[in-house]
Each structure stands twice: as structure tokens, then as C-alpha cells.
Write a protein that binds this ligand. Structure first.
Ligand code: ADP
Length: 595
């Protein structure tokens, strides 16, 4: 290839036939007289070659390649745009699929049971007769609406079932549907609220639409407090998903016409946190309390669950009902089930008292652990438990001793003294000052026994949970029940769950700092007094404690009856006068004051 100057010389010499200048590529294509084609780079705005060509008379063509380049550019751009469109459409299709799924989420799939499918009847629900009677009316509404509408009665739209968990609220709702023979829609309120904003509201709409198609029917919403909490009580504004769901629920309840045959039942154990708008007439205008069953109720519930389980003749349900105070329907059903499992494991044919007994122990105290070997530790635990048991037996205001045992349970419990709560106290919910004081002394019994027998430096931390209980009772006595010389004032409210964002900001003690100090002093005083009383009761009965501990270590479990008999025998032998024993104060120990 010739150089630029060679090319110029060749042009002048007439050695070049033709020139083609391509400015965009800054080159010139020269056809030599030999026919050969050469490409030579030139300057961008080359005048020299033009002039030389002109003077030599060589034909020169300028080739404009811009159009070709433009075409090529267009082509590449076009391809890019096409690629982009294809990519976008793929992406769109993917997100449309996701959106479709989201819309599918919104559509609730209530567990719709076709008519007559609900097999539960009122007979299957026992022990909550008042609630049952109230709800009987709802069944009549559903069965014969005409009877009520003829005389202008308005059928209630919503019924709120209020009560602790496991008392049979869901069961009652199902029984209503079963008795009336109507479809039963059931949903937990937490199912409304989902990941996507607005889904809760649309689920509510969907549920009501479906229910209206199937009217007359029952909609049951469990744990309604999950969506029905007071609005405006959350941190971060009042426009969250839950509130939208609640608003939709309120709108739907207003929206369905009177007497449409759809009855909404909802259950909660926290009626205090519900939004007041839910409770106004025309919405949940009826509240029915479903409480823990009393003794007769428990017997009836046990009888319901014993229908399908073979009980031995020795089993008296009345007796088991009185042994299970505070149990809910679900607990009782669980008790029979555990007993049935144990029966099967022991290859017996009928559920006997021993299986029920073990099942109860398992439910209330946890699984049994391996028995203690270490005899010194075992003796200490024995004295501790005997302390509780003895004081329970000695104090007339305390609960009755059920049994005291040294069989350890999983969770670090070395042994325990169990009492049977007083049925009256439990059913009425009224607790006297004397009863609480007796509980304090009983709770201090373990620590007192250790003090009396082993001395102040040998006491163990085994009483820590007792001390927590003592502190809690003392604090409640002073600050809530007015049981102290501080006077009849409620200084603290019951420690319910705070509403984040409302109570967290506004809750502060309702008393002065000085009163706070007095409260602490009174709590200390009550706790110390209880410990002194416990020591005063045990000190003159050391010999009896030794007897009880020997018996307990030998037998591992002593029934309440046995302990009572031993105490009575000891008293008959003529114990020294308990009050005459001028015991030194061994109680100046620190007492855990915070639970
Ligand atoms: P809740 O809805 O109040 O939490 P459930 O209705 O779900 O309680 O009760 C759970 C189970 O406990 C029921 O399926 C039933 O077996 C048993 N149960 C609870 N209360 C009763 C009762 N009053 N009569 C018979 N069984 C009961």
C-alpha cells in the first residue's frame, strides 16, 4: 500500500485512474493504472488530495456512507427495542401471574360445610347452660324466622361469645349451626390479615357475599380481637391493614339487610380491647359470656367426653370434677384423652382411676423425671415440701392439702405439695384477706422449714419461686385490694397487656414517689410477717417435721389424709404450746420483692 505522499505523487504522475473519497471513513480508494485498488488514509478535511486530483485530471467521486450507516444504526436500534419489548412482556406476564395469585389470596376459602354436615348438637356442649339457653334463641331465629318477623322483632346480626380459651365457644357456634341445620362458615380473624394490603378487606367482602348466597347461615369468626382491636391505638398511624379490615367488617355488618338470615358469631377472650364501634346495637349487639365451668359443669363435660371412652366402674366423674377446679372444657377433654392413651399403653381395657390420676399429674405438673438419688439433697427438699404441707394443714384459712410428693418433675421441680383450691373461692372469684394471708404463710413454709432445721446460713435458693409468688400477692394486696394500712386505694390497675402506642406513652404510676416507697415498705412488712408466722408455726413442731420427712422419704408421696392424721396424732400427744416458744427472729433475710 502506498503512503499518502506516494499516492499524491502517483496522482500527479498520472499513475492513478480513479479516486473514491470516503470522508466518513477518512480514506481514499485509488484505482491504479495497473487496475490495482489501494486504500490510503487521508486527513478529515483533506484539500490537498482534491486539488492534486483536479490538477491531474483524475476523476474523483465522494462516497457518502452516512445513509448506509444510518440504516445499520436503525437496524441495531430496532433489534434493541425489540429485545426490550420481549423482555418487558415476559416480566409483565410474570408479575401478572403474581398479581393473579394475590387476587386469589384475597378470595377467602371459608370452610363451607353443606347443610346438615355439622354433626354437633347442643347435647355435645355441657356445663355452660346459661350461654346455651341464650343461644337457643338464635337457633329459633334461624329455624323459624317468620315467627319473629311477624311480630316486628329484629333478628340479631351479631353475637359475641366472650370467655377464656377452651371453654367451648367454637363448639357452641358449631352446635347452633348443627341444631338449626344451616351452613357454617368459620374463619379465624387472623386469616383476614395477610401480607398484601387490602386483602383483609376484600376477604371480608368475599366471605359475606358467599354467606349471603347461602342464607340462612352462620358465620363464625374466631379470635375477633385480632382484627377488632381499638382503632387509633397503634404506633405508626391509624391506617394499617388491620384497621381497613375492621372498617370493612363494620361496613358489611351495616350493609346486610335486617332479617337476611345471616348471623355472625364471633369469639374472643379479650372483650376489653375490642373497638367500641363493633359493640353498638345493629352489630354485635349481644354478648354472651362463656365462663369456666363450675363443679357440676365439669362433671357434665366429663360425662360428654366419657361417652366414647370406656370407664372402669370405680371411676366417679363427680369426684374427678371436684379434683379439677379451674379446668376448662378443653382441659377436661384433654385429661380423658391422656388417660385413654395411658390406658392403651398399659394394655388395659377400661380407663381406671390410676390412669386418670397419672394423666392429671402429667397435665398439671409435667412429665415425671428420674427419682432423686442424692440423699442429702433429697432430705432438704423433703423438709422444704413438708414445711408447705404442714402449714397448709395447720392454718384453717388455707386450702386443703391434696398431697405432698418427692417425685421430681421435668423442669427442675424437685417435689411439690399440692392443695385443692377452695371451690367457693374459685367459683365466686371472691378472695378474702384471711385467705391471702394464709397463702402467704403457706408459700413461706418451705423457706421457714429450711431456716428452722438447717439455720440461716444453710437456706437454699429452692424457695425462689415461692418468694416470687409472695411478692406478687403482697403487691396486689397493697396496691390493688386495699388490704394494708396504706388504706383502701387502688394504686395500680390490673396488669393487662398494654396497647402499644397508647398506654406506653400514657401509663405512669398514679401515686407520688413517697407513696411508692411506702408501698415497698408495706410489701416488705407483709412478706416478713408471713415468714415469721411460718417459722413460729414450725419451730415447736420440729419433731413432727422429722416424722413427716422420714415418712415422705420412705414413701415418696404422702396423701393429704395421711398428713392430717399424723398432725392430729402429734397434737394429741401434747405438743409444747406453740405460742410459748420464744423463738429468736431468724427471718431477717432479704426477701425477693420483685416477681
Ligand atoms: P374455644 O373456642 O372456647 O377456645 P373450643 O370450642 O375450641 O374452645 O373447645 C375445644 C374443645 O374442648 C372442644 O372441641 C371440646 O372437645 C372441648 N370442650 C370445650 N368446652 C366444652 C364443653 N362445654 N362441653 C364439651 N366439650 C367442651
Amino acid at each position: 500500500m502506498p503512503s499518502y505522499s506516494q499516492l499524491l505523487a502517483q496522482i500527479s504522475d498520472g499513475g492513478v485512474k480513479e479516486l473514491v473519497l470516503v470522508p466518513s471513513r477518512r480514506e481514499v480508494i485509488a484505482t491504479l493504472s495497473s487496475g490495482e485498488r489501494v486504500t490510503v488514509p487521508v486527513f478529515a478535511d483533506d484539500q490537498q488530495i482534491l486539488r492534486t486530483a483536479e490538477s491531474a485530471g483524475v476523476p474523483l467521486t465522494v462516497r457518502d456512507t452516512r445513509q448506509q450507516e444510518a440504516m445499520a444504526g436503525l437496524f441495531t436500534n430496532g433489534a434493541l427495542v425489540l429485545l426490550l419489548i420481549v423482555g418487558l412482556s415476559l416480566l409483565l406476564r410474570r408479575s401478572a401471574q403474581v398479581a393473579n395469585k394475590a387476587m386469589g389470596f384475597a378470595r377467602s376459602q371459608p370452610r363451607l360445610q353443606p347443610e346438615g354436615d355439622v354433626s354437633i348438637r347442643f347435647d355435645d356442649v355441657a356445663g355452660i347452660n346459661e350461654a346455651k339457653e341464650e343461644l337457643q334463641e338464635v337457633v329459633s331465629f334461624l329455624k323459624e324466622p317468620d315467627r319473629f318477623t311477624r311480630v316486628g322483632a329484629r333478628i340479631p346480626k351479631g353475637v359475641l361469645l366472650v370467655g377464656p380459651p377452651g371453654t367451648g365457644k367454637t363448639l357452641l357456634a358449631r352446635a347452633i349451626a348443627g341444631e338449626a341445620g344451616v351452613p357454617f362458615f368459620s374463619m379465624a380473624a387472623s386469616e383476614f390479615v395477610e401480607l398484601f394490603v387490602g386483602v383483609g378487606a376484600s376477604r371480608v367482602r368475599d366471605l359475606f357475599r358467599k354467606a349471603k348466597e347461602k342464607a340462612p347461615c352462620i358465620i363464625f369468626i374466631d379470635e375477633i380481637d385480632a382484627v377488632g382491636r381499638q382503632r387509633g391505638a397503634g404506633i405508626g398511624g391509624g391506617n394499617d391493614e388491620r384497621e381497613q379490615t375492621l372498617n370493612q367488617l363494620l361496613t358489611e355488618m351495616d350493609g346486610f339487610e335486617e332479617n337476611s338470615g345471616v348471623i355472625l358469631l364471633a369469639a374472643t377472650n379479650r372483650p376489653d380491647v375490642l373497638d367500641t364501634a363493633l359493640m353498638r346495637p345493629g352489630r354485635f349487639d349481644r354478648q354472651i359470656v362463656v365462663d369456666l365451668p363450675d363443679r357440676r359443669g365439669r362433671e357434665a363435660i366429663l360425662a360428654v367426653h366419657a361417652r366414647t371412652r370406656p370407664l372402669a366402674d370405680e371411676v366417679s366423674l363427680a369426684q374427678w370434677a371436684s379434683r379439677t377446679p379451674g379446668f376448662s372444657g378443653a382441659d377436661l377433654s384433654n385429661l380423658l384423652n391422656e388417660a385413654a392413651i395411658l390406658t392403651a399403653r398399659r394394655q388395659q381395657r377400661q380407663i381406671g382411676n390410676d390412669c386418670l390420676h397419672d394423666a392429671l399429674e402429667r397435665i398439671t405438673m409435667g412429665l415425671t423425671a428420674a427419682p432423686l438419688q442424692d440423699s442429702a439433697k433429697k432430705r432438704l427438699i423433703a423438709y422444704h415440701e413438708v414445711g408447705h404441707a404442714l402449714i397448709t394443714t395447720l392454718l384453717p384459712d388455707a386450702d386443703q392439702l391434696d398431697k405432698v410428693t418427692l417425685l421430681p418433675r421435668s423442669g427442675g421441680v424437685g417435689g411439690f405439695a399440692r392443695t385443692t383450691p377452695d371451690e367457693d373461692v374459685l367459683d365466686s372469684g371472691l378472695i378474702s384477706r384471711a385467705y391471702l394471708r394464709a397463702r402467704l404463710v403457706v408459700a413461706m413454709g418451705g423457706r421457714a422449714a429450711e431456716l428452722v432445721v438447717f439455720g440461716p446460713s444453710e437456706v437454699t435458693q429452692g424457695a425462689s419461686s415461692d418468694l416470687q409468688l409472695v411478692s406478687r400477692i403482697c403487691r396486689e394486696m397493697v396496691t390493688r385490694y386495699g388490704f394494708s394500712s396504706l388504706g383502701p386505694q387502688a394504686l395500680e390497675s390490673d396488669g393487662g397487656e398494654v396497647f402499644l402506642g397508647r398506654d406506653l406513652v400514657h401509663t405512669r404510676p398514679h401515686y407520688a414517689e413517697r407513696t411508692g416507697r411506702q408501698i415497698d415498705l408495706h410489701i416488705q412488712g407483709l412478706a416478713r410477717q408471713a415468714l415469721q408466722e411460718a417459722v413460729a408455726l414450725l419451730e415447736p413442731r420440729q419433731a413432727l417435721m422429722d416424722q413427716l420427712v422420714d415418712a415422705l422419704i420412705e414413701q415418696e408421696t404422702l396423701e393429704g389424709e395421711t398428713v392430717r392424721a399424723m398432725v392430729a396424732a402429734f397434737d394429741r400427744q401434747g405438743s409444747p404450746d406453740p405460742d410459748a416458744a420464744g423463738a429468736p427472729d431468724r427471718t431477717a433475710d432479704p426477701v425477693a420483692l420483685r416477681s
